[in-house]
Design a protein. Structure first.
Length: 473
């Protein structure tokens, strides 16, 4: 798959030839990080390494004894170098107050790539263009455009942001897909209110165009019939309804109500179905049914957004570093979120945690079965501070049963795999794009150490801690 915003792959043979030709001469480059412990989810731990970057690519991962002569050199002694992190679920235009601040906030926290999972084209396209502009200090961005919803659109702009567009029939679905492809989206996102017929057409059209598919399980369908046909699913949404003891009966009732005889808005209709079936389905959980659902997801990346689903178990307001996070946000957002935290209380607000606990349980079951997991946050929804919230998601993935190294895989390798870019991104190897994060703490000892960002290399450019801090207010 071609991405015009990615430079050509640095030929491995050229890199190896260059190293051989150097002999005893110093290796040259733009940036060198010396005597560092390199950690990635494919190659594991490599101690005492020097990593060299030139023209936006990694050109050497060599012994710390190797002589290097770089324009900028960072002493990595006692430090840990990981691949640049992804936030795999972002809405860059959801809150106008945060859109312009997001690039700096993401890089400040070591996030060098983001996947924008839905927004109106008239706002998302300019935002993407700004992020991709020549010389922009910003993470890489991959975008979907609007949510592809059904006849009734959940995010229709009436009391909710206008994130979605309607696909009431197969003809409209074909036309919308053609338009998105022409505009250059990197993937598409299929939403909850589409019919099975429209879902089929959207999948066919996306496959014909080579576009990866993300989505929510449509309420008119069962999760086991959706998962195998898309490349990723968000929030674990509506999967619980197919893990219940009588999923066919639940499906029949949903389809009856989706006819919408009461004329509800898309948002009201979806909320009514969630209220009707979500917790009862969790209470009626059936191990055999759920095993079949999970088996169907064997190749589908799950993006559980646990920091959102399970917020009742780990409130951002209760973290000791939350005040420092608020100081980095635009003043009006910081004031609003700070007030919300004061109203909620430092403990997180309590309330029913059934679904929060079920989400952790389901992620563990999926992970134990080998289902791939990706790390995304739904930033900025639900007090998700751009950049910071990704580290909270990694905390929760480990709490759900992933090892720290597996959590790193969720935030580095899995996103690259979704786009077919695992040969370009996600690991620290010769020829890979130079997106790197230097940490002062070992992330394998404590996943919380991904927060200890000392420097970032983004698209080959080094940003020191001082420079990262200068990117935020």
């Amino acid at each position: 798959m071609s991405h015009r915003f990615l430079p050509r792959m640095f030929p491995l043979t050229v890199a190896l030839t260059a190293l051989t030709a150097c002999g005893d001469a110093a290796l040259t480059g733009d940036v060198a990080i010396t005597n560092v412990t390199v950690v990635d989810a494919v190659n594991g731990v490599r101690e005492g390494r020097t990593v060299l970057v030139e023209d936006g690519r990694i050109t050497a991962v060599t012994s710390a004894d190797e002589s290097v002569d770089a324009t900028e050199t960072v002493d990595g002694t006692g430090r840990y170098l990981i691949p640049g992190l992804w936030d795999f679920h972002v809405h860059t235009t959801y809150d106008d107050r945060l859109t312009d601040a997001m690039p700096g906030l993401f890089l400040n926290h070591g996030i060098t790539s983001i996947r924008d999972t839905g927004g109106p084209l008239d706002r998302v396209v300019p935002a993407v263009q700004a992020l991709r502009a020549e010389g922009a200090t910003a993470p890489r961005v991959f975008f979907a455009g609007p949510l592809l919803d059904g006849e009734f659109v959940v995010y229709d702009g009436d009391g909710r942001p206008a994130l979605g567009i309607g696909n009431p029939d197969v003809e409209t679905a074909r036309a919308n897909m053609a338009r998105l492809d022409e505009l250059g989206v990197d993937f598409v996102k299929i939403y909850e209110m589409v019919t099975p017929e429209v879902f089929d057409v959207l999948v066919q059209e996306a496959e014909a165009r080579g576009l990866p598919m993300d989505g929510h399980v449509p309420l008119s369908m069962r999760a086991r019939d959706v998962g195998p046909r898309v490349q990723s699913l968000e929030h674990l949404r509506n999967i619980e309804m197919d893990c219940a003891s009588d999923p066919e009966a639940l499906l029949a009732e949903r389809r009856r109500r989706l006819a919408n005889p009461d004329g509800l808005t898309g948002g009201e209709l979806r909320s009514s179905l969630h209220s009707l079936q979500r917790l009862p389905a969790v209470a009626a959980w059936d191990a055999e049914e759920c095993a079949a659902v999970i088996a169907s997801m064997a190749s589908t990346i799950q993006v559980p957004t646990l920091r959102l689903n399970s917020m009742g178990l780990q409130s951002p307001f209760a973290r000791p570093d939350w005040p420092a996070v608020l100081e980095k946000l635009p003043a009006d957002v910081a004031a609003e979120w700070g007030a919300a935290g004061e109203r909620t209380g430092q403990g997180g607000g309590g309330g029913d945690t059934t679904y929060a606990e079920f989400s952790l349980h389901l992620v563990k079951l999926m992970h134990d079965a080998g289902v791939p997991v990706g790390a995304g946050t739904d930033t900025p929804i639900g007090f998700a501070a751009p950049g910071y919230s990704l580290h909270s998601e990694l905390d929760m993935l480990v709490r759900a049963g992933l090892t720290p190294l597996e959590a790193l895989r969720a935030a580095t390798v899995r996103p690259a795999e979704f786009f077919g870019l695992q040969g370009e991104m996600g690991t620290i190897e010769v020829g890979r794009l130079a997106d790197l994060v230097l940490l002062t703490g070992n992330p394998l000892e404590d996943i919380g150490n991904t927060r200890t960002v000392e420097a970032v290399v983004t698209k080959g450019d080094l940003l020191t801690r001082a420079e990262l801090d200068a990117l935020v207010r």
